[in-house]
Design a protein around this ligand. Structure first.
Ligand code: PHE
Length: 342
């Protein structure tokens, strides 16, 4: 090793010591930046040594290069470590009260229609009804034909029904689930079927082209209209309280005979008459009746042996009464100012 290289290596050693002293005294970002410029910048002492390489004997260049690279790497790593140490962090002397409540995450609420549906399902489940399901895309057979709705019946009109093609449509009521359930099981049947229905109605305060119904069906030996009245009454009392009154009016549906429409006494004014019940004291809920024997024939039930009742129920209707909502459209607008109230 020449004297020249020896001197250079000694200088590198001194440089390393000086760097270690400086970096150990660095207290802040300014100190760090000065050290970076002095030892790692383009005009640093280490850079100057690299420039010196061309001036030493070519035999000794690799040796010098090796030492320089080791030093440069060492300086860079030591510098990075020191910078990391000086970074501001949540240090232990910062006060952190773990007993404080956390920041609450904002969670959504269940849609009011689903809340009412849950309540309806719970009440009927407590009365021994099963919960059945059927498709929203239905065939003409289940939506109309098997329900004894003849070819020329007005509810089959193109104006009322969303037809997909001649045979397929969006169900206009949940009654097709009556048929599907009876096809699947033999009596006794006691079921409800909640779900969406579709009708070509122009939206206004009381109409929506999509809405929800809950269908009810009970078939067994010896079922009478009195059973229907009893179940509807029990349901109404559980939902609206013991004081609610129930009224049945004669009506017509092709799949029930006799048929009725049923009303609850107005829950706003207790039957005295108000703007919600338009002064009548009564609120229409839906239709009901005894299953028409013709329907039993479609599903192969013995209509001499079995009788049954069926009823429908408008879910929006009930939710509007329960929460005193006067416009059905608000259920579908996804306005958080409305939804967050439930
Ligand atoms: N499906 C009828 C409607 O949508 C309601 C109904 C159900 C009537 C069951 C009688 C029996 O209007």
């Amino acid at each position: 090793m020449t004297q020249q290289l020896k001197e250079i290596l000694e200088k590198l050693d001194d440089l390393k010591k000086k760097f270690l002293k400086d970096i150990s005294e660095a207290k802040n970002d300014t100190d760090l930046e000065n050290i970076r410029i002095q030892y790692l910048g383009r005009k640093s002492e280490i850079a100057a040594f690299f420039n010196l390489m061309g001036k030493i004997h070519s035999d000794e260049r690799p040796e010098m290069g090796k030492h320089l690279n080791i030093l440069k790497k060492y300086v860079q790593e030591t510098f990075d470590n020191a910078a990391e140490q000086l970074k501001p962090k949540a240090t232990s002397h910062e006060f952190f009260d773990i007993s404080l409540p956390g920041i609450p995450a904002s969670v959504g609420t269940k849609h009011p229609l689903n809340q009412v549906l849950d309540e309806i399902k719970e009440i009927f489940a407590s009365l021994g009804f099963t919960i059945e399901d059927g498709p929203e895309l239905e065939t003409d057979y289940y939506n109309f034909e098997a329900l004894n709705i003849p070819e020329n019946h007005p509810s089959r009109d193109l104006q009322d029904t969303f037809y997909i093609n001649e045979k397929l449509l969006l169900r206009t009521h949940t009654s097709p689930v009556q048929i599907r359930t009876m096809e699947r099981m033999s009596p006794p049947v006691r079921m409800i079927a909640p779900g969406k229905c579709y009708r070509k109605d122009a939206p206004d305060a009381t109409h929506s082209p999509v809405f929800h119904q809950v269908e009810g069906l009970c078939v067994d030996e010896g079922i009478t209209f009195a059973d229907l009245k009893g179940v509807i009454t029990a349901f109404a009392r559980k939902l609206f309280g013991a004081n609610v009154k129930i009224r049945f009016r004669p009506s017509f549906f092709p799949f029930t005979e006799p048929s009725a429409e049923y009303d609850f006494s107005c829950v706003m004014c207790n039957g005295k008459g108000c703007s919600v019940c338009k002064g009548s004291g009564w609120l229409e809920i839906s239709g009901a009746g005894m299953v028409d024997p013709a329907v039993f024939n479609f599903v192969g039930y013995d209509s001499e042996k079995y009788t049954g009742y069926a009823f429908g129920m408008g879910v929006e209707r009930i939710a509007m009464l329960k929460y005193q909502i006067d416009d059905i459209r608000i259920f579908y607008e996804n306005d958080l100012r409305f939804l967050n109230q439930f």
